[in-house]
Ligand binder design. Structure first.
Ligand code: ATP
Ligand code: MG
Length: 776
């Protein structure tokens, strides 16, 4: 252990060696919070604390696995195995399974992913004859999710006039009823959704003091990583479990709280000292991850937020290169820039693909990047899209397996009852749903007893339904003796799935077959790993649970040599030598949906802070002047976040595409210089403004968009004045700066600029081609 403790600095050692009592480590990105948590667990174990008594909650299962592996190297494999480690959802799903009967759930309950929840909600809206344009299922789902995460049960909802009123005002007076139906249906189907895993844990711990006492006694030491992103439900669980021994250690960074939109409550970290007595507070200041340039730039960003704890972050690492800012004309050009830059970096610096990450605000942005990487033959992997387990063919197989474990599982049943086709139509299924609701039974039970029930279904169809019941029951019998792999292998054949997918000889069809094979391999691996478990049923249920809670980040074994593509939200806690943050444009990042209040904007800024602090050696910020969004090419302006970074940390370069059109840059003086290497000391963007420096000085004549370049954007006549006459004295409105008066116009055509004195006091010179001005 001594040897390992020497890998910590003094500030990190203090919380690591603090064995007892409530404690919080608040520190900036890359300062070793996760490392402290890991070493602290190893230290506790070396001090005689039993691994069974330690609970560690992480942000991803992958993080938990890595932490466990690290601890195993310190204290030994066999000891580390007994640690309870994982995400809130995966840890408490296990506990709920043990205690399910207390809450009236079967211990073989299955888990609905968001796709399943969406389908059930859509079905309920349809059954209730509601207008699906008013009652949008995705909105309803997120509303239900937020109720659950705030512990607002159906009963609590109907006792809260404010909530009822708010939904009525939002023209959704039936919201409460949908919520009730949804909860009833899930309960009847013996399933929990993701939010239930937390809500029901809370219910379990509050309603049953003996259960609470049992887990308080078990988890004598609790550690939570990324505490700033816990929601209310998670917060209450941690509080309840740690109440007896008060050995609670949380680590986090308020500046990296980025999940408020999903109910995370930054106050959990801010109020920690109020919640427990004698809290020890530790701060870490030294960043080990990034270069000085990156650390300082990140500091300068987060400085702009008003709501924050005072923190110091510095690094002894090298100065490093400046952050490269690149402008492209279109999102396609941006993708090509990123791909060629990765290519060059790889060649020049002997790097692996896995040394690079491309981070974006929204998943949709990955397409242009993917296209460009493919063209360059650079292998990449997208994280956080549709996970492997959510693909159609995989969900089909999993639905059969879910039905074997839990035949009441409504969404699993609906998915495969007529797939492969068995002549059971939607009308029949609708009738079964109505009957199931009427008899207060599951659909499967109705089908089992269809002979004795008065349902208007003809005898031919009744036979088909009974055949399906018989098929599932035969699988259940096999499940008594076969292991999960043997069972799954039989199911894909006997259900007709393989035959169905085999019919499709297109590349997509072949890929589907390969995916199914991959799934079977995965189940085989799982079975191998579970050999010591004699109970095959338990192992299939457990496999399904792992799968339901797996994200594709978890599936990454870390041995793949791919460029990583993911949203910034997903990148939290990770690190990469080279990081490209793309799409840094107003309305995209910060997102148009997050600019209504200061707190929303501050969350976007924290997101940018998280993004930049993932980089170890080199960060790139890129943006495009126009981009396809929702099928339309729209103009964009550089993100305010680029402007917010102190100039001294930036290196603004001119992209290759611009050079192509620029007579100055095409001149001989640049000879054979690689276009990507042409650097300009000063920012050149049309609306690139820096405090205290007039814009004119920053304009570099050699690189402004030349006149002969046709605008690549579709102009929107009332927002773009490229062709319009704008006169001195006009009052205009700018999306971001507000109202102002035109005081000067210069240039012509695509280069026309207007100097505008805005009501907020600022004077800005804007290139009309890109400024979204409205004359008023
Ligand atoms: P984040 O806020 O992004 O989650 P963090 O505070 O959890 O970051 P870690 O991921 O624990 O930081 O550490 C950042 C990097 O610095 C890791 O690569 C880690 O191994 C390294 N590191 C941390 N402490 C030390 C140390 N004392 N000596 C050497 N390297 C260290
Ligand atoms: Mg961390």
């Amino acid at each position: 252990m001594e040897k390992y403790l020497s890998q910590l600095n003094d500030a990190q050692l203090a919380p690591t060696l603090q064995k007892e009592g409530p404690m919080i480590v608040i520190a900036g990105a890359g300062s070793g919070k996760t490392r402290v948590l890991t070493y602290r667990i190893a230290y506790l174990m070396s001090q005689g604390v039993d691994a069974f008594n330690i609970l560690a909650l992480t942000f991803t299962n992958k993080a938990a696995r890595e932490m466990k592996a690290r601890i195993a190297t310190i204290v030994g494999e066999s000891e580390a195995k007994n640690l309870w480690m994982g995400t809130f959802h995966s840890v408490f799903a296990k506990i709920l399974r043990f205690e399910a009967d207390r809450l009236g759930y079967p211990s073989n309950f299955t888990i609905y992913d968001t796709q399943d929840s969406d389908k059930l909600i859509a079905s309920i809206i349809k059954e209730m004859n509601l207008d699906k344009d008013v009652y949008k299922y995705k909105q309803i789902r997120s509303r239900i999710s937020s109720y659950k995460n705030s512990l607002i049960t159906v009963k609590a909802y109907f006792q809260n006039p404010e909530l009822i009123e708010a939904d009525a005002m939002a023209r959704r007076p039936k919201m409460g009823e949908i919520y009730k139906n949804y909860v009833d249906r899930c309960f009847k189907a013996g399933v929990m959704d993701f939010d239930d895993l937390l809500l029901k844990t809370n219910e379990l711990l509050t309603r049953f003091p003996d259960v609470l006492a049992k887990y308080q006694d078990k988890f004598r030491y609790i550690l939570v990583d990324e505490y700033q992103d816990t929601n209310h439900s998670q917060y209450l669980i941690v509080r309840a479990l740690s109440d007896r021994f008060q050995n609670i250690c949380v680590v986090g960074d308020d500046a990296q709280s980025i999940y408020a939109f999903r109910g995370a409550n930054i106050n959990n970290i801010l109020n920690f000292q109020r919640d427990y007595d004698d809290v020890k507070v530790f701060r870490l200041e030294q960043n080990y991850r990034s270069t000085k340039n990156i650390v300082n730039a990140a500091n300068s960003i987060i400085d702009k937020n008003q709501t924050k704890l005072d923190k110091v972050v510095w690094t002894a690492n090298d100065e490093g290169n400046k952050i490269i800012v690149n402008r492209s004309l279109t999102d396609g050009d941006e993708g090509r820039y990123v791909a060629s830059s990765i290519f060059e970096n790889k060649m020049q610096n002997q790097l692996q693909n896995s040394d690079f990450a491309v981070l974006y605000r929204t998943n949709a942005q990955s397409r242009a990047i993917e296209d460009a990487l493919r063209k360059r033959d650079i292998p990449y992997r997208i994280y956080g899209g549709l996970s492997f387990y959510q693909r159609k063919e995989i969900k089909d197989v999993l639905s059969y397996l879910r039905l074997i474990i839990n035949p009441a599982d409504e969404e699993a049943l609906k998915r495969v009852i007529n797939f492969p086709a068995r002549g059971i139509g939607q009308t029949t299924i609708d009738k079964l749903i109505v009957a199931a609701n009427g008899y207060n039974r599951s659909i499967f039970e109705v089908m089992e007893h269809i002979d004795k029930l008065e349902i208007n279904i003809n005898s031919g169809t009744r036979n088909k339904l009974q055949d399906f019941v018989t098929l599932i029951k035969s699988f259940q019998v096999l499940n008594q003796t076969a292991n999960a792999f043997e069972l799954a292998d039989h199911v894909v054949k006997a259900s007709g799935l393989i035959r169905e997918f085999n019919k499709d000889a297109t590349p997509e069809g072949v890929a589907r077959m390969e995916n199914i094979e991959e799934l079977l391999n995965g189940i085989k691996d799982f079975v191998e790993g579970q050999k010591e478990l004699a109970d095959a049923t338990a192992s299939l249920a457990e496999f399904l649970e792992d799968v339901a809670l797996a994200t594709d980040l978890d599936a990454d074994k870390g041995d793949s040599n791919n460029v990583a593509l993911m949203t910034i939200h997903l990148a939290k806690g990770l690190e990469f030598p080279y990081v490209y943050i793309v799409g840094l444009e107003e309305d995209l990042f910060p997102s148009a949906m997050s600019m209504n209040t200061r707190s929303e904007l501050e969350e976007e800024r924290r997101l940018f802070y998280v993004a930049l602090t993932r980089a170890e050696k080199q960060a790139y910020l890129t943006y495009a002047l126009s981009r396809y969004r929702w099928g339309k090419l729209i103009d964009s302006e550089p993100s305010r976040f680029i402007e917010e970074i102190d100039d001294q940390y930036l290196d603004v370069i001119t992209p290759i595409e611009e050079r192509r059109f620029n007579p100055m840059l095409d001149a001989d003086i640049f000879g054979d210089i690689e276009p990507n290497k042409i650097r300009f000391k000063k920012p050149v963007q049309p609306s690139f403004k820096k405090k205290g420096k007039p814009v004119e000085k920053l304009e570099n004549k050699t690189v402004t968009t030349p006149k002969n370049l046709k605008p690549v954007t579709q102009t929107n006549s009332n927002t773009n004045l490229f062709d319009n006459k704008l006169a001195v004295g006009n009052i205009v409105e700018h999306m971001r700066f507000g109202k102002g008066e035109v005081i000067k116009i210069e240039g012509a055509g695509g280069d026309t600029k207007a100097e505008i004195k805005f009501d907020n006091g600022g004077v800005k010179k804007l290139l009309l081609r890109f400024a979204k001005l409205k004359v008023i």
